[in-house]
Ligand binder design. Structure first.
Ligand code: NAI
Length: 246
């Protein structure tokens, strides 16, 4: 069976992606998350193997891929879904929080890719899929570092596509608007009021599945209604243009 390694699988979008792959059937699923108890529950539900570890540390990323290769002998699909945010004015952001957001949202994507890619390239078949964010495409108020990390993930994917052109290795980014997960609900009422219609994680999971099944390089999951007011005028046209590219 093809093997999918899914990070961020103990919650929100990653858990929905794991559930979607399990429902499709025929996959060996390896799930990563930070909180072991929740991860075990979701792994049980999906008939998957739980491989918990902390991805904010490059060594953790390396260990995860090593364990995945040990358990399954190879990884056909990597879904990098783990992510954290820090919402608030940039001037108030503790320096350590800058490092943590960059570590989980950007560096971990690169470290996981770096570790898994040699195996994928050797077999000349595989799919790297990163969960980006509309924040990376437009920049979102009070999410400066998060937005920058997500923009960098999209550029990273684009660059890898050049390197891997001509191979059968695919690199995709799924780009959702605000999604109804603990990541979103933790942010509090004023934030949520400006984004009144969060997207269901299952819709993002559908987009991830679609990207893998149909080898799409970029899939937008538009949720423009919940973007900050200043984007509202721009967003419908922007999203229509982007979403109809595929
Ligand atoms: P969530 O908070 O529900 O889940 C985050 C997941 O990442 C959890 O499984 C957690 O264990 C894992 N994680 C966090 N830090 C980790 C670490 N140091 N090591 C290992 N795992 C770690 O969040 P959600 O909403 O499901 O987010 C998933 C992805 O979707 C993230 O990359 C996020 O940036 C992105 N996204 C979320 C949006 C939203 O509005 N919820 C919108 C657009 C993108």
């Amino acid at each position: 069976a093809p093997v999918a390694l899914i990070t961020g699988a103990s919650s929100g979008i990653g858990a929905a992606v794991a559930t979607r792959f399990a429902a499709e059937g025929g996959w060996q699923l390896l799930l990563n998350g930070r909180d072991q108890e929740r991860l075990d529950r979701i792994a049980d539900h999906c008939g998957a193997t739980a491989l918990p570890c902390d991805l904010s540390d490059p060594a953790g990323c390396g260990q995860l891929v090593e364990r995945a290769l040990d358990v399954a002998g190879g990884v056909d699909v990597l879904v990098a879904g783990a992510g954290i945010g820090w919402a608030g004015p940039f001037m108030a952001m503790p320096p350590a929080a800058i490092d943590e957001v960059l570590a989980v949202d950007l560096a971990a994507v690169m470290h996981l890719t770096r570790r898994v890619l040699p195996d994928i390239v050797r077999r000349d078949r595989g799919h790297l899929l990163f969960v980006g964010s509309i924040a990376g495409a437009v920049g979102v108020r009070e999410e400066a570092v998060y937005s920058a990390a997500k923009a960098a993930v999209a550029a990273f994917a684009e660059s890898l596509r050049y390197e891997l052109a001509g191979s059968r290795v695919r690199v995709s980014v799924v780009v959702p608007g605000a999604v109804n997960t603990p990541f979103f609900t933790r942010r509090g009422a004023p934030y949520q009021r400006s984004r009144p219609r969060p997207i269901a994680p299952a819709r993002v999971a559908d987009a991830v599945w679609d990207a893998v099944a149909h080898e799409r390089s970029e899939v937008f999951v538009p949720g423009w209604l919940q973007l900050p007011a200043r984007f509202k005028g721009l967003a419908p046209a922007l999203f229509r243009r982007l979403a109809t590219r595929f």
